[in-house]
Design a protein around this ligand. Structure first.
Ligand SMILES: Cc1cc2nc3c(=O)[nH]c(=O)nc-3n(C[C@H](O)[C@H](O)[C@H](O)COP(=O)(O)O)c2cc1C
Length: 204
């Protein structure tokens, strides 16, 4: 059975472009594979806690306190979901040229030495294999081309994070110029929907 892991990371609620497009993409994936199993996290509503001095040892080190043990348990659960996933569908708003802090926090919990990557003489090696990630990026401006391309710290960063754990098959779908007015917003959404329809028909 195909396992689909959905990670949403917008704080935008009903007005969120990525939420709309993730819904569209998920419907397409399920149409192509009705028996798929879906695990879903809306980090904008239910964030994974940020790493602090109180919980760090849950991720790196030996958990001792209740907070550290709770963090270890959550991280183990999130890693298990990721390992089980065949398709990872991510809604990623651009916040201040990068990813939202809640999405970064999810990555903090799933990049675990010995579980999703390992260090060797040859350097770090990702331990996940055979997964396809679809990352939907919404931006107020235009970054996929033109003068702002070099300040897009979102897409290269996400490519690095996924690649580091072995997820190298990543398809990025853009909805850009969301802040340029209603017509530009509608055109961006329509364009992303058309791209997603083609991708999801063969992805699951
Ligand atoms: C805190 C915050 C920071 C943002 N930073 C940027 C930015 O650096 N560049 C940009 O083009 N748009 C930026 N935006 C606009 C969002 O990328 C845009 O509204 C996008 O649609 C957000 O995704 P969502 O609709 O799924 O929430 C920002 C929005 C917020 C709320």
């Amino acid at each position: 059975m195909t396992n689909i892991l959905v990670i949403e990371s917008s704080a935008g609620g009903d007005a969120s472009v990525t939420k709309l497009l993730v819904g569209e993409a998920l419907a397409g994936l399920l149409a192509a594979n009705p028996a798929a199993n879906v695990t879903r996290h809306d980090l904008g509503l239910n964030p994974v806690p940020h790493v602090t001095a109180e919980n760090l040892a849950g991720l790196r080190g030996e958990p001792v306190t209740a907070a550290e043990k709770a963090t270890r348990a959550l991280s183990d659960k999130l890693v298990a979901e990721l390992k089980a996933a065949d398709v990872i569908l991510v809604g990623a708003p651009m916040y201040n040229f990068g990813v939202s802090t809640v999405l970064r926090s999810w990555f903090d919990h799933v990049l675990r030495a010995g579980l999703t990557f390992t260090y060797s003489e040859a350097g770090p090696k990702g331990l996940l294999e055979g997964k396809h990630a679809i990352v939907i990026e919404a931006r107020g401006g235009l970054y996929s081309e033109g003068p702002a391309k070099e300040i897009d710290f979102q897409e290269p960063y996400l490519r690095q994070l996924f690649g580091f754990i072995g997820v190298t098959d990543v398809t990025f779908v853009h909805a850009e110029k969301i802040g340029y007015g209603p017509d530009a917003r509608a055109a961006a959404i329509d364009g992303a929907k058309a791209t997603l329809a083609a991708i999801t028909a063969v992805a699951a």
